[in-house]
Design a protein around this ligand. Structure first.
Ligand SMILES: Nc1ncnc2c1ncn2[C@@H]1O[C@H](COP(=O)(O)OP(=O)(O)OP(=O)(O)O)[C@@H](O)[C@H]1O
Ligand SMILES: CC(C)(CO)[C@@H](O)C(=O)[O-]
Length: 277
């Protein structure tokens, strides 16, 4: 057994999605598109001192269901320490990042000898089962600007990408519970997400991704006053912004938010995807 291993997982902002339930959580998931980010989560795994696993995020103990499930599945009694550039619960896929980062690092520490696709499948299934995400894990494993054409883990899904990179700015006003939204009626979301996806498939550019994301955010009925106002401010200065699903967060390409007078966090699209360090 190794002493410890660390993985870096990019954050993931979903612009739009449609929900696709299935009995088997490794086959369930979402279609959609988003941006993976150079801001992300660093996850370090070491064997736990006692029989119980512990999970710590930015110095505070935390219960993240998908992480517990990943550790159980890998039979890995571990201490997981995560450091995040991004807030949890605000549309950056922090729970998905912790799940896949834990899977990659625990596989190494406990010498489980699973393949990358097997680890992504475990993390994706754990995230879907917990209701904390549907497509973040597979997007975060891929990197870039992934288009999720078919739902599910790597054995079932189909991914493409927008071949582009960009500077990304974001501001966060608060949290939105992903599991609450996903456990409600998602028909309207899914209809809007399907329409948005066909638009981006027809023209896979960052600009059409931003248009499709804004139309989705409007039709999905999740916009808050702060989010609407901020998107309008960016539009007024000729920028491109939309809402990060699912959080009270606005993201913009280039200098959209700073041009509009905000003081955003700044990163870029991530070129690769989750990696062991
Ligand atoms: N402030 C918090 N403190 C402790 N736990 C939290 C906090 N906010 C959220 N959680 C827990 O973290 C998990 C993940 O939340 P959630 O899925 O909404 O966020 P996320 O994965 O960061 O991003 P996304 O909104 O993109 O899905 C949930 O289990 C939730 O209960
Ligand atoms: C459901 C979701 C928007 C939560 O972040 C994401 O997992 C996705 O795009 O499937």
């Amino acid at each position: 057994m190794r002493e410890e291993a660390t993985a870096f997982v990019p954050g993931h902002i979903t612009g739009f999605f449609s929900a696709h339930p299935a009995e088997d959580p490794t086959k369930a998931g979402s279609r959609g598109a988003g941006l993976t980010l150079t801001d992300g989560v660093e996850v370090t795994v070491e064997p736990a001192a006692g029989p119980e696993p512990t999970v710590v995020l930015d110095g505070e103990p935390i219960d993240v269901d998908p992480v517990t499930t990943v550790l159980d599945t890998l039979d890995a009694p571990a201490r997981v320490e995560a450091e995040s550039d991004l807030p949890i619960g605000s549309g950056f896929g922090v729970s998905g990042a912790m799940a896949i980062g834990t899977a990659l690092a625990a596989n190494r520490v406990f010498e489980r000898k699973l393949s990358r696709n097997e680890l992504v499948t475990i993390a994706h299934g754990a995230e879907v089962q917990a209701g904390t995400g549907l497509g973040d894990v597979v997007a975060q494993a891929h990197g870039g600007v992934p288009i999720r054409l078919e739902p599910g883990g790597p054995q079932d899904n189909k991914l493409d990408a927008i071949p582009a990179r960009a500077r990304v700015e974001y501001v966060t006003f608060g949290q939105l519970s992903t599991s609450e939204v996903l456990s409600g009626d998602t028909d309207q979301l899914t209809a809007a997400g399907t329409e948005a996806l066909s638009r981006v498939v027809e023209e896979p550019t960052l600009l059409s991704f931003m248009y499709a994301s804004r139309a989705f955010a409007r039709e999905a009925g999740l916009l808050t006053e702060d989010v609407v106002g901020t998107i309008e401010d960016v539009t007024a200065v000729g920028g491109q912004a939309s809402m990060a699903m699912l959080g009270e967060t606005v993201f913009a390409l280039g200098t959209g938010l700073s041009d509009a007078g905000y003081d955003p966090a700044v990163c870029a699209t991530h070129p690769a995807g989750a990696v062991l360090k």
